[in-house]
Design a protein around this ligand. Sequence first.
Ligand code: 5GP
Length: 187
Amino acid sequence: MVEKVYITYNDIHKLCQESAPRILDEFKPNLMIAIGGGGYVPARILRSFLKRPGSTNIPIQAIGLSLYESLGGDVVEEPGTKVTRTQWLDLSSLEMANLIGKNVLIVDEVDDTRTTLDYCVRELQKDVEEATKRLGREAERTVFSIFVLHNKDKQKKGKLPKEVEEKYYLAARTTGDVWICYPWEAT
Ligand code: 5GP
């Protein structure tokens, strides 16, 4: 059986606290995109630690992604490789314009096979690129960065764009291939 590791709200608060200076220094986010449901609470906690006196809070946008696993049948798929959007950004010019030229921090709780983060970054990049062209704002550069509480040190199925992986990725903790139990899941 896979080992379970229990995390408390206080652990999470502290992981956000200790990561905030690096996020401010290295990613300088203007906007957060929280991947639901696991990214919501960390993003909200992080927002307080990222707040600079005299400036406004960093806005948080929410998206919902779910890793689809085929249950068999005619269509054969690799388990856990297909991500479905349960909630996405409004792709109207007005909404996408908010992202163009910004430093956008994507927040999730755990990087397991990396399938979700791979999908998320690439799709966001694609949508922003389209909007950038449509609005004639090619001079502005949008930079995506990633923060997760935990990264599992294992063979990943997903791959992040090189620049994101090398410069714009932060995991507060690296773990083995364990099952992490987050407090918000407790019933
Ligand atoms: P991925 O395999 O795409 O990196 O992770 C997909 C999703 O599976 C994560 O966002 C998370 O919701 C869930 N997940 C993966 N590993 C764990 C874990 O150890 N604990 C919990 N609670 N969820 C996990």
